[in-house]
Design a protein around this ligand. Structure first.
Ligand SMILES: [Zn+2]
Length: 310
């Protein structure tokens, strides 16, 4: 789960109110942990450094590791133009987030996800230098340009802000990258494991929970059919899915009216949680559900993980 807080959605959307860091983590985290306990599931939470630095989140974030979940690094400032940063700026983003996450949760992250699915060569090299086990910033989908059009159309961004964010949801080059985990061969001759967010094999459309919930507004049957086709194709192509969750998969516009613009916020929370249980149980029929680091170890120990050159 990318643990994006209310302010980071508002920041990405261009709402100036984000600067006061409006927050829902203290309410959200206990609810999510309760549903995960019901399913007896341990997952990975990608935490934003800025949230870990705020005292008001300390108790909630500490619960993540106390309950046996993994914490990953989701950058410090959650800026989806991280790909434009200098090497030094990227290093600061990663190290400062890491220090805050370690301070609050007692765990050093070994996995990274870029905000808005952006990444750069410098970023991968800095992760390798700092002994990260895996990166999971790539979303290989042909729908990225469409998602971007929708995002710009519904946001309040000035021209310059749009220019900065032009890589949000990934580039066209990312669309043709593999869906299965692979090893980056870095310029330093080191390697770094990449675990792309899994999209539908062959047609590469996303099927993470936010997309499924959006489909459920049109038809529940369609939603489950789409998920089952995706998982069948994963099985046929021997792809272990890296399944993405977001806080808004558990929240509705009643709880966070400021984020009512986000697709699917008209579905009420109880309904979302019910669908979450059903989706997880379907995933569980076909795959063993584990934390990202466990999945990463398995991929690193497999001799089928291919190398990609930058
Ligand atoms: Zn995020």
């Amino acid at each position: 789960m990318d643990l994006d807080d209310q302010w980071s959605y508002m920041k990405t959307h261009g709402d100036p109110g984000w600067k006061k860091f409006p927050c829902y983590l203290d309410k959200l985290i206990p609810r999510v942990l309760y549903t995960l306990d019901q399913l007896n599931l341990k997952i990975t939470f990608f935490v934003v450094g800025q949230d870990a630095a705020l005292d008001k989140n300390r108790d909630a974030l500490k619960l993540l590791t106390e309950k046996g979940h993994e914490v990953g690094n989701h950058s410090f400032h959650h800026e989806p133009w991280l790909n434009l940063y200098s090497r030094d700026q990227i290093r600061r983003e990663i190290i400062e987030a890491e220090e805050q996450i370690l301070r609050v949760t007692g765990q050093k992250p070994i996995g990274f996800r870029g905000p808005g699915f952006v990444w750069s060569t410098d970023l991968l090299e800095i992760l390798a230098e700092n002994e990260y086990l895996y990166d999971t910033s790539i979303l290989p989908t042909y729908l990225a340009p469409l998602a971007r059009v929708y995002y710009f159309w519904t946001s309040n961004l000035a021209r310059e802000e749009r220019r900065q964010r032009k890589k949000i949801f990934g580039s066209l080059k990312d669309a043709i990258r593999p869906i299965k985990p692979f090893l980056w061969h870095l310029n330093s001759n080191e390697t770094l494991l990449e675990i792309p967010v899994t999209t539908m094999p062959i047609i590469k459309t996303p099927f993470h929970l936010s997309y499924l919930l959006y489909l459920s507004r049109f038809s529940i049957l369609l939603m489950f059919l789409y998920l089952k086709i995706a998982l069948t194709l994963c099985r046929i192509t021997h792809t272990a899915p890296n399944f993405l969750l977001h806080p808004l998969d558990f929240l509705s516009r009643e709880q966070v009216p400021e984020l009512a613009f986000f697709p699917g916020m008209d579905i009420n929370t109880n309904r979302k949680i019910e669908l979450f249980y059903r989706v997880m149980n379907i995933l569980r029929e076909h795959f063993e559900l584990v934390k990202m680091s466990t999945h990463a170890e398995a991929m690193l120990n497999s001799n089928k993980t291919k190398i990609q050159y930058l």
